[in-house]
Design a protein around this ligand. Structure first.
Ligand SMILES: Nc1nc2c(ncn2[C@@H]2O[C@H](COP(=O)(O)OP(=O)(O)OP(=O)(O)O)[C@@H](O)[C@H]2O)c(=O)[nH]1
Ligand SMILES: Nc1nc2c(ncn2[C@@H]2O[C@H](COP(=O)(O)OP(=O)(O)OP(=O)(O)O)[C@@H](O)[C@H]2O)c(=O)[nH]1
Length: 476
């Protein structure tokens, strides 16, 4: 599962600034799923090649007294669910009594927690952090979120200390399975659907495939094809369907989406499409996952109700019109077999590989059919296209003046590529790069200067850690 990083700290220390630095999407998913407070934000983070989920916990006000009221319940829950907690303090304001209360709580929790001193720009980092050793949370790490200073290094450092992921220890034959996440609001019928998907005649579930019964990964075969169901609902751990194991967890849902190839988003047709459904779909789209939408509980609905839902889909779900919609009854099993066909189709599209010459030829054809506009008397030129990734497919286009390419032309490109390459059920991303060399500007390639800087920071952190270990030994 992708790791979850929670940002905690009192107001104004720079949590939102750091959050915005770390998340790709400018509009964070503001969680009002399952009635959580609106001020807690979730986002998909990406630094270098690593992906993670960031939560800006908000909710901690320094004005209240006592740790219970100080840390709103939501923040505590976020800390519980996170793999890593970044506790932010303000290097300019210095130590504050509220910091001590938060630190006190974090010290008692078992979480892997890092003390991050923000706003150290223009300060001597060693002086800025000196105030905070007393919090007893180990080595304070200096950053300046608004300047983007040491932010990447910080994240790389904390992620590198996480233990191995469960997915990495799955047996070899399941490494290339279609990974399916079934997500949706509480009570829409996820568990019923998961049981139905696993309980089909043609399905063989492997209990002995190297995963424990507690594993959230359920490997199985259907018609000889390997699949893995990501079981966030704890279906397998329940003795029967009605026994709820865990309450709805938005973090688990987001992790499952990140972890999947294909997301089956379950919507309760009887309730219609709700705002919460839209939020969840928005996250699937941001994550670039392929998508199948299941309108569940279609059994026993009146004709006029059905019409109303279909009309609502057209109106509210246009932004995910690349996905296939299925009207199903998880309870009776109707429509589930066809849904598998869409899952397979979406997987194939999400993982497809196209050679550079095919994409470049297609680009030439598309441009010949409809030229991009002139800008400042010069025509926008597109020269090469190559594939920059899969799940979601990324098409990288190289040319001149691409910054000026109008949105309508981008849509045209996108539609044409979808149509000709037969891409179904997955979002497609286009990246535009100026310059002729198709291999220029690849991600993950650090310049020598960046490499040196990274090395220096690592050494710095190592030194600081040694120092704090030495100090704590001395204390004992
Ligand atoms: N000098 C400096 N200012 C910063 C830095 N990071 C954030 N700030 C400023 O600190 C102020 C508060 O930042 P926010 O990101 O809103 O803080 P927050 O912790 O999210 O605050 P709440 O939303 O109230 O919880 C803003 O004016 C930021 O511009 C930094 O690295 N250096
Ligand atoms: N009529 C009808 N009821 C259904 C269908 N699918 C599920 N239900 C019922 O809806 C209720 C909720 O189903 P669950 O499968 O527990 O829903 P869930 O999404 O897993 O719920 P949480 O575990 O709370 O997130 C149960 O009473 C199911 O019997 C369906 O296709 N038709």
């Amino acid at each position: 599962m992708v790791p979850v990083i929670a940002l905690v700290g009192r107001p104004n220390v720079g949590k939102s600034t750091l959050f915005n630095r770390l998340t790709r999407s400018r509009d964070a998913l503001v969680a009002d799923l399952s009635g959580l407070t609106r001020d807690r934000k979730y986002g998909e983070g990406k630094v270098g090649g690593a992906r993670f989920i960031v939560i800006d916990t908000g909710g901690i006000s320094g004005d209240e007294e006592g740790i219970d009221s100080l840390m709103a319940k939501q923040s505590l829950m976020a800390i519980e669910e996170a793999d890593i907690v970044l506790f932010l303090v303000d290097g300019r304001a210095g130590l504050n009594p509220a910091d001590e209360m938060i630190a006190d709580h974090l010290r008692r929790s078992e979480k892997s927690c890092y003390l991050v001193v923000n706003k150290t720009d223009g300060l001597d980092p060693d002086v800025a952090i000196s105030d905070f050793f007393g919090l007893g949370l180990g080595q304070p790490l200096p950053i300046a979120a608004s300047q983007n200073r040491s932010v990447t290094l910080l994240i790389e450092e904390v992620l590198s200390e996480l233990p191995e992921q469960e997915a990495d220890v799955l047996p070899e034959e399941f490494k290339f399975s279609t990974r399916i996440a079934v997500v949706g609001r509480p009570n829409v019928g996820k568990s019923t659907l998961v049981n139905r998907m696993l309980g089909e005649d043609r399905v063989v579930v492997f209990d002995q495939a190297g995963t424990t019964r507690d594993s959230i990964y359920i490997p199985y075969e259907r018609d000889g094809e390997p699949y893995i169901l990501i079981d966030t609902a704890g279906v397998r751990r329940r003795k029967n369907i009605t026994e709820a194991v865990e309450k709805f967890s938005i973090i688990k849902t987001l992790q499952a989406i990140e972890d999947a190839n294909v997301v089956v988003c379950v919507i309760d047709a009887r309730q219609g499409v709700t705002d919460q459904d839209l939020h969840m779909l928005g996250f699937v789209l941001d994550a670039g996952r392929s998508l199948v939408i299941a309108l569940n509980k279609w059994d026993g609905m009146l004709e006029e109700q059905k019409l109303k839902v279909k009309e609502q889909i057209q109106r509210r779900l246009e932004f995910v019109d690349f996905a296939r919609f299925h009207f199903i009854s998880a309870l009776h099993g109707s429509g589930v077999g066809e849904m598998y066909r869409s899952v397979d189709e979406a997987y194939v599209s999400a993982m497809a590989k196209w050679p550079t010459n095919r994409l470049t030829r297609l680009l030439e054809d598309v441009v010949a059919e409809h030229q991009p506009p002139m800008v400042n008397g010069r025509r926008i030129k597109m020269r090469y296209a190559h594939q920059g990734g899969s799940n979601p497919p990324i098409i990288v286009v190289h040319g001149n003046q691409l910054d000026n390419l109008p949105a309508s032309y981008k849509r045209y490109l996108q539609n044409k590529f979808r149509q000709v390459l037969g891409i179904k059920g997955t979002p497609v991303r286009f990246e535009f790069r100026v310059g002729d060399n198709p291999f220029e500007g690849r991600p993950n390639q650090l310049t020598p200067r960046q490499l040196a800087k990274k090395q220096r920071f690592k050494l710095h952190v190592q030194d600081l850690k040694k120092e704090s270990k030495r100090k704590s030994r001395k204390k004992k």
